[in-house]
Design a protein around this ligand. Structure first.
Ligand SMILES: *Cc1c(COP(=O)(O)O)cnc(C)c1O
Length: 366
Protein backbone atom coordinates (compact mmCIF):
# COMPACT_ATOMS: atom_id res chain seq x y z
CA UNK A 1 0.00 0.00 0.00
CA UNK A 2 1.38 3.38 -1.00
CA UNK A 3 1.49 5.92 1.81
CA UNK A 4 0.04 9.37 1.17
CA UNK A 5 1.74 12.00 3.36
CA UNK A 6 -0.04 15.05 4.73
CA UNK A 7 2.37 17.34 2.95
CA UNK A 8 5.43 17.20 0.78
CA UNK A 9 8.02 19.98 0.82
CA UNK A 10 9.02 21.83 -2.33
CA UNK A 11 12.42 20.48 -3.37
CA UNK A 12 14.77 22.77 -5.26
CA UNK A 13 16.74 21.84 -8.32
CA UNK A 14 19.95 20.34 -6.93
CA UNK A 15 22.15 21.90 -9.62
CA UNK A 16 20.78 25.34 -8.86
CA UNK A 17 21.32 24.80 -5.13
CA UNK A 18 24.81 23.56 -5.84
CA UNK A 19 25.69 26.85 -7.57
CA UNK A 20 24.84 28.69 -4.37
CA UNK A 21 26.74 26.14 -2.28
CA UNK A 22 29.88 26.58 -4.39
CA UNK A 23 29.76 30.32 -3.75
CA UNK A 24 29.22 29.76 -0.03
CA UNK A 25 32.12 27.28 0.16
CA UNK A 26 34.45 29.51 -1.83
CA UNK A 27 33.68 32.63 0.20
CA UNK A 28 33.47 30.92 3.59
CA UNK A 29 30.40 33.08 4.34
CA UNK A 30 28.19 30.60 6.14
CA UNK A 31 26.21 33.00 8.28
CA UNK A 32 26.02 36.52 9.81
CA UNK A 33 23.82 38.24 7.23
CA UNK A 34 25.72 37.00 4.17
CA UNK A 35 24.85 37.61 0.51
CA UNK A 36 22.19 34.85 0.25
CA UNK A 37 20.32 36.10 3.33
CA UNK A 38 20.44 39.65 1.94
CA UNK A 39 19.23 38.53 -1.49
CA UNK A 40 16.38 36.43 -0.07
CA UNK A 41 15.34 39.29 2.19
CA UNK A 42 15.17 41.60 -0.84
CA UNK A 43 13.21 39.12 -2.93
CA UNK A 44 10.68 38.60 -0.14
CA UNK A 45 10.41 42.34 0.43
CA UNK A 46 9.34 42.70 -3.20
CA UNK A 47 7.03 39.67 -2.99
CA UNK A 48 5.13 41.05 0.00
CA UNK A 49 5.51 44.78 -0.42
CA UNK A 50 6.67 45.30 3.17
CA UNK A 51 9.19 47.81 4.51
CA UNK A 52 11.16 45.63 6.94
CA UNK A 53 11.49 41.85 6.84
CA UNK A 54 14.53 40.43 8.66
CA UNK A 55 15.03 36.66 8.43
CA UNK A 56 15.48 34.23 11.32
CA UNK A 57 16.61 30.67 12.06
CA UNK A 58 12.97 29.65 12.59
CA UNK A 59 9.53 31.16 13.09
CA UNK A 60 9.30 30.43 16.82
CA UNK A 61 12.50 32.34 17.62
CA UNK A 62 11.30 35.18 15.38
CA UNK A 63 8.06 35.33 17.37
CA UNK A 64 9.90 35.36 20.72
CA UNK A 65 12.05 38.22 19.45
CA UNK A 66 8.99 40.12 18.18
CA UNK A 67 7.39 39.92 21.63
CA UNK A 68 10.63 41.00 23.35
CA UNK A 69 11.19 43.93 20.99
CA UNK A 70 7.93 45.61 22.00
CA UNK A 71 8.86 45.79 25.70
CA UNK A 72 5.57 44.27 26.78
CA UNK A 73 4.71 44.01 30.47
CA UNK A 74 1.12 42.85 30.88
CA UNK A 75 -0.49 39.59 29.70
CA UNK A 76 -0.98 38.75 26.03
CA UNK A 77 -4.33 37.61 24.64
CA UNK A 78 -4.08 34.73 22.20
CA UNK A 79 -5.89 31.76 20.68
CA UNK A 80 -5.97 28.23 22.10
CA UNK A 81 -6.49 26.86 18.57
CA UNK A 82 -2.95 26.99 17.21
CA UNK A 83 0.38 25.21 17.01
CA UNK A 84 2.27 25.10 20.36
CA UNK A 85 4.89 27.50 18.95
CA UNK A 86 2.52 30.48 19.16
CA UNK A 87 1.68 30.17 22.81
CA UNK A 88 4.98 28.78 24.07
CA UNK A 89 6.76 31.77 22.50
CA UNK A 90 4.73 34.02 24.81
CA UNK A 91 5.95 32.05 27.83
CA UNK A 92 9.55 32.17 26.59
CA UNK A 93 9.25 35.93 26.29
CA UNK A 94 8.41 35.90 30.01
CA UNK A 95 4.80 36.99 29.56
CA UNK A 96 1.54 35.70 30.94
CA UNK A 97 -1.13 34.73 28.49
CA UNK A 98 -4.89 34.69 28.36
CA UNK A 99 -6.76 32.37 26.03
CA UNK A 100 -9.61 33.98 24.15
CA UNK A 101 -12.29 31.85 22.46
CA UNK A 102 -12.35 31.63 18.66
CA UNK A 103 -15.08 32.36 16.16
CA UNK A 104 -16.68 29.10 15.05
CA UNK A 105 -16.70 30.05 11.34
CA UNK A 106 -13.25 31.58 10.82
CA UNK A 107 -11.53 29.65 13.65
CA UNK A 108 -9.74 32.92 14.52
CA UNK A 109 -9.99 35.05 17.64
CA UNK A 110 -11.97 38.26 17.10
CA UNK A 111 -11.70 41.85 18.35
CA UNK A 112 -15.14 41.44 20.00
CA UNK A 113 -14.13 38.42 22.10
CA UNK A 114 -10.74 39.98 22.82
CA UNK A 115 -12.54 43.04 24.19
CA UNK A 116 -14.41 40.77 26.59
CA UNK A 117 -11.08 39.35 27.75
CA UNK A 118 -9.72 42.87 28.23
CA UNK A 119 -12.76 43.85 30.32
CA UNK A 120 -12.58 40.68 32.42
CA UNK A 121 -8.89 40.96 33.15
CA UNK A 122 -7.79 42.45 36.46
CA UNK A 123 -4.42 43.41 35.01
CA UNK A 124 -3.77 45.61 32.00
CA UNK A 125 -3.37 43.62 28.78
CA UNK A 126 -0.30 44.62 26.79
CA UNK A 127 -0.81 42.89 23.46
CA UNK A 128 -2.86 40.50 21.35
CA UNK A 129 -1.31 37.67 19.37
CA UNK A 130 -3.90 36.46 16.86
CA UNK A 131 -3.19 33.71 14.32
CA UNK A 132 -4.36 33.88 10.70
CA UNK A 133 -5.47 30.28 11.12
CA UNK A 134 -5.16 28.19 7.93
CA UNK A 135 -4.49 31.47 6.12
CA UNK A 136 -7.87 33.03 6.94
CA UNK A 137 -7.13 36.68 7.75
CA UNK A 138 -8.21 37.90 11.17
CA UNK A 139 -10.37 41.02 11.39
CA UNK A 140 -7.31 43.25 10.94
CA UNK A 141 -9.35 46.45 10.87
CA UNK A 142 -11.16 45.58 14.10
CA UNK A 143 -7.93 44.65 15.85
CA UNK A 144 -6.34 47.90 14.74
CA UNK A 145 -9.20 49.88 16.29
CA UNK A 146 -9.03 47.85 19.50
CA UNK A 147 -5.27 48.42 19.67
CA UNK A 148 -5.83 52.14 19.28
CA UNK A 149 -8.57 52.30 21.92
CA UNK A 150 -6.68 50.29 24.54
CA UNK A 151 -3.05 51.09 23.72
CA UNK A 152 -2.26 47.52 22.77
CA UNK A 153 0.30 45.98 20.43
CA UNK A 154 -0.84 43.48 17.81
CA UNK A 155 1.51 40.71 16.75
CA UNK A 156 0.16 38.36 14.09
CA UNK A 157 1.20 34.77 13.71
CA UNK A 158 1.09 34.59 9.91
CA UNK A 159 2.82 31.19 9.67
CA UNK A 160 0.03 29.88 7.41
CA UNK A 161 -0.31 32.98 5.29
CA UNK A 162 2.78 33.33 3.10
CA UNK A 163 0.90 34.43 -0.02
CA UNK A 164 -2.30 35.77 1.53
CA UNK A 165 -3.57 39.17 0.50
CA UNK A 166 -6.60 41.18 1.57
CA UNK A 167 -7.71 43.00 -1.56
CA UNK A 168 -4.26 43.85 -2.91
CA UNK A 169 -2.44 44.28 0.38
CA UNK A 170 -0.21 41.49 1.59
CA UNK A 171 -1.13 40.17 5.05
CA UNK A 172 2.34 41.07 6.34
CA UNK A 173 1.37 44.75 6.36
CA UNK A 174 -1.06 44.60 9.29
CA UNK A 175 -0.55 44.95 13.03
CA UNK A 176 2.70 46.01 14.67
CA UNK A 177 4.61 42.89 13.63
CA UNK A 178 3.79 39.71 11.69
CA UNK A 179 5.65 36.42 11.91
CA UNK A 180 6.10 34.00 9.02
CA UNK A 181 7.44 30.46 9.33
CA UNK A 182 9.61 28.91 6.65
CA UNK A 183 9.54 25.41 8.11
CA UNK A 184 9.65 22.63 5.50
CA UNK A 185 5.94 21.90 6.02
CA UNK A 186 5.04 25.41 4.91
CA UNK A 187 4.26 26.43 1.31
CA UNK A 188 7.45 28.50 1.04
CA UNK A 189 10.31 27.14 3.12
CA UNK A 190 14.01 27.27 3.89
CA UNK A 191 14.09 23.89 5.71
CA UNK A 192 13.84 25.74 9.00
CA UNK A 193 13.41 29.49 8.94
CA UNK A 194 11.29 32.48 9.77
CA UNK A 195 10.69 36.16 9.12
CA UNK A 196 9.19 39.19 10.82
CA UNK A 197 7.52 41.98 8.88
CA UNK A 198 6.75 45.46 10.22
CA UNK A 199 6.35 48.90 8.76
CA UNK A 200 7.60 50.79 11.83
CA UNK A 201 11.30 51.09 11.01
CA UNK A 202 12.07 52.09 14.60
CA UNK A 203 11.63 48.45 15.54
CA UNK A 204 14.48 47.51 13.23
CA UNK A 205 17.24 48.25 15.74
CA UNK A 206 15.87 46.31 18.74
CA UNK A 207 14.76 43.39 16.57
CA UNK A 208 18.13 43.01 14.87
CA UNK A 209 19.98 43.41 18.17
CA UNK A 210 17.79 40.77 19.82
CA UNK A 211 18.53 38.45 16.88
CA UNK A 212 22.26 38.87 17.47
CA UNK A 213 22.80 38.32 21.25
CA UNK A 214 21.69 41.89 21.98
CA UNK A 215 24.95 43.24 20.62
CA UNK A 216 24.92 46.93 19.75
CA UNK A 217 28.49 47.35 18.56
CA UNK A 218 32.05 46.36 19.42
CA UNK A 219 32.48 49.13 21.94
CA UNK A 220 29.32 48.69 24.01
CA UNK A 221 28.81 44.95 23.41
CA UNK A 222 25.48 43.40 24.36
CA UNK A 223 23.01 46.01 25.63
CA UNK A 224 19.85 43.84 25.84
CA UNK A 225 19.47 40.12 26.68
CA UNK A 226 19.22 38.97 23.07
CA UNK A 227 19.50 35.47 21.69
CA UNK A 228 20.82 33.93 18.49
CA UNK A 229 18.10 34.01 15.84
CA UNK A 230 20.16 34.30 12.66
CA UNK A 231 19.40 32.49 9.41
CA UNK A 232 22.31 30.68 7.75
CA UNK A 233 23.42 31.06 4.12
CA UNK A 234 22.47 27.44 3.38
CA UNK A 235 18.92 28.11 4.56
CA UNK A 236 18.66 31.32 2.52
CA UNK A 237 20.05 29.61 -0.59
CA UNK A 238 17.35 26.93 -0.27
CA UNK A 239 14.77 29.70 -0.11
CA UNK A 240 16.17 31.45 -3.19
CA UNK A 241 15.85 28.22 -5.17
CA UNK A 242 12.34 27.55 -3.88
CA UNK A 243 10.93 31.04 -4.34
CA UNK A 244 10.98 30.57 -8.13
CA UNK A 245 8.80 27.48 -7.78
CA UNK A 246 6.06 29.00 -5.65
CA UNK A 247 3.76 30.24 -8.41
CA UNK A 248 3.70 26.85 -10.11
CA UNK A 249 3.10 25.07 -6.78
CA UNK A 250 0.19 27.41 -6.02
CA UNK A 251 -1.32 26.60 -9.42
CA UNK A 252 -1.04 22.88 -8.70
CA UNK A 253 -2.47 23.24 -5.19
CA UNK A 254 -5.37 25.22 -6.60
CA UNK A 255 -6.24 22.22 -8.74
CA UNK A 256 -5.96 19.83 -5.77
CA UNK A 257 -8.14 22.21 -3.75
CA UNK A 258 -10.83 22.26 -6.44
CA UNK A 259 -10.75 18.47 -6.86
CA UNK A 260 -11.28 17.95 -3.14
CA UNK A 261 -14.19 20.36 -3.17
CA UNK A 262 -15.82 18.69 -6.15
CA UNK A 263 -15.50 15.17 -4.67
CA UNK A 264 -16.74 16.23 -1.23
CA UNK A 265 -19.37 18.78 -2.19
CA UNK A 266 -22.94 18.14 -1.14
CA UNK A 267 -21.98 16.01 1.88
CA UNK A 268 -24.05 17.65 4.61
CA UNK A 269 -21.76 16.69 7.50
CA UNK A 270 -18.62 18.15 5.90
CA UNK A 271 -17.83 21.81 6.30
CA UNK A 272 -15.20 23.59 4.18
CA UNK A 273 -13.07 26.55 5.06
CA UNK A 274 -14.79 29.70 3.81
CA UNK A 275 -12.59 31.99 1.75
CA UNK A 276 -13.88 35.51 1.29
CA UNK A 277 -13.95 36.99 -2.24
CA UNK A 278 -11.43 39.74 -1.46
CA UNK A 279 -8.94 37.30 0.09
CA UNK A 280 -6.26 35.31 -1.68
CA UNK A 281 -6.30 31.64 -0.57
CA UNK A 282 -3.15 30.58 1.29
CA UNK A 283 -3.13 27.07 -0.22
CA UNK A 284 -1.30 26.00 2.91
CA UNK A 285 -3.65 23.32 4.30
CA UNK A 286 -6.91 21.66 3.32
CA UNK A 287 -8.90 21.64 6.56
CA UNK A 288 -12.41 20.25 6.72
CA UNK A 289 -14.75 19.94 9.65
CA UNK A 290 -16.57 16.67 10.19
CA UNK A 291 -19.55 17.00 12.48
CA UNK A 292 -19.70 13.54 14.10
CA UNK A 293 -17.34 10.92 12.70
CA UNK A 294 -14.03 12.77 12.77
CA UNK A 295 -12.02 10.27 14.87
CA UNK A 296 -13.45 7.28 13.01
CA UNK A 297 -12.52 8.82 9.65
CA UNK A 298 -9.06 9.78 10.89
CA UNK A 299 -8.40 6.14 11.95
CA UNK A 300 -9.80 4.73 8.73
CA UNK A 301 -7.60 7.02 6.62
CA UNK A 302 -4.61 5.99 8.73
CA UNK A 303 -5.37 2.30 8.23
CA UNK A 304 -5.34 2.98 4.50
CA UNK A 305 -1.91 4.63 4.63
CA UNK A 306 -3.32 8.15 4.36
CA UNK A 307 -1.91 10.71 6.75
CA UNK A 308 -4.35 13.33 8.01
CA UNK A 309 -3.94 15.61 11.02
CA UNK A 310 -6.26 16.85 13.75
CA UNK A 311 -4.73 20.33 13.60
CA UNK A 312 -5.09 21.76 16.27
CA UNK A 313 -6.10 19.11 18.71
CA UNK A 314 -5.44 19.05 21.65
CA UNK A 315 -6.06 22.73 22.31
CA UNK A 316 -3.18 24.74 23.78
CA UNK A 317 -5.44 25.63 26.72
CA UNK A 318 -5.44 21.90 27.60
CA UNK A 319 -1.64 21.63 27.72
CA UNK A 320 -0.36 20.67 31.17
CA UNK A 321 1.51 23.99 31.52
CA UNK A 322 -1.56 26.11 30.69
CA UNK A 323 -4.29 24.10 32.44
CA UNK A 324 -4.15 26.30 35.53
CA UNK A 325 -5.50 29.22 33.46
CA UNK A 326 -8.97 27.56 33.51
CA UNK A 327 -9.78 28.92 30.06
CA UNK A 328 -13.38 29.03 28.89
CA UNK A 329 -13.24 28.44 25.15
CA UNK A 330 -16.36 26.52 24.01
CA UNK A 331 -16.04 27.28 20.27
CA UNK A 332 -12.42 26.17 20.24
CA UNK A 333 -13.40 22.92 22.00
CA UNK A 334 -16.04 22.27 19.35
CA UNK A 335 -13.73 23.09 16.42
CA UNK A 336 -10.92 20.91 17.83
CA UNK A 337 -13.35 17.97 17.91
CA UNK A 338 -14.37 18.46 14.28
CA UNK A 339 -11.22 19.54 12.47
CA UNK A 340 -9.26 17.34 10.08
CA UNK A 341 -6.53 18.47 7.69
CA UNK A 342 -6.36 16.27 4.60
CA UNK A 343 -3.21 15.54 2.57
CA UNK A 344 -2.43 18.68 0.61
CA UNK A 345 0.41 19.47 -1.77
CA UNK A 346 0.88 20.15 -5.46
CA UNK A 347 1.85 16.64 -6.56
CA UNK A 348 -1.17 14.90 -5.07
CA UNK A 349 -2.62 12.80 -7.91
CA UNK A 350 -6.26 13.02 -8.90
CA UNK A 351 -6.90 9.31 -8.23
CA UNK A 352 -5.35 9.64 -4.77
CA UNK A 353 -7.64 12.57 -3.97
CA UNK A 354 -10.57 10.54 -5.22
CA UNK A 355 -9.54 7.56 -3.03
CA UNK A 356 -9.19 9.80 0.06
CA UNK A 357 -12.64 11.28 -0.53
CA UNK A 358 -14.23 7.88 -1.12
CA UNK A 359 -12.87 6.59 2.19
CA UNK A 360 -14.23 9.64 3.99
CA UNK A 361 -17.67 9.38 2.40
CA UNK A 362 -17.90 5.58 2.92
CA UNK A 363 -16.91 5.82 6.56
CA UNK A 364 -19.43 8.58 7.16
CA UNK A 365 -22.26 6.42 5.82
CA UNK A 366 -21.72 3.63 8.35
C1 LIG B 1 4.73 26.36 11.74
C2 LIG B 1 4.10 27.23 12.75
C3 LIG B 1 4.83 27.97 13.69
C4 LIG B 1 6.27 27.69 14.00
O1 LIG B 1 7.17 27.99 13.10
P1 LIG B 1 8.62 27.31 13.10
O2 LIG B 1 9.24 28.00 11.94
O3 LIG B 1 8.45 25.83 12.89
O4 LIG B 1 9.30 27.63 14.38
C5 LIG B 1 4.17 28.90 14.48
N1 LIG B 1 2.84 29.06 14.41
C6 LIG B 1 2.09 28.34 13.56
C7 LIG B 1 0.61 28.58 13.54
C8 LIG B 1 2.68 27.38 12.73
O5 LIG B 1 1.91 26.63 11.92
Amino acid sequence: MREIPLTSPLIPNIKEYNEYLINIFESGDFTNNGPCVKELENELKKYMGVLNNPLFCNGTTALMIALKSLNLKGPVITTPFTFPATVNAISWAGLRLIFCDIDYETMNITPEDSLECIKNSEVTISAILPVHTFGTPCDVQGFQELAYDYGLKIIYDAAHAFNVKINDTHIGNFGDISMFSFHATKLFHTGEGGMLTYNDSELDIPIKQLRNFGIKDEKEGSIIPGINGKMTEMQAALGLCILGKIDEEIKKRKKVFELYKSFLSGIPWIKFLKIEKNVQNSYQYFPIRIKIFRNKIYEHLKNNGIQSRKYFYPLCSDFEHFKHLDSIVPNAVKVAEEILCLPFHGDLAENDIERICEIIIEEGKQ
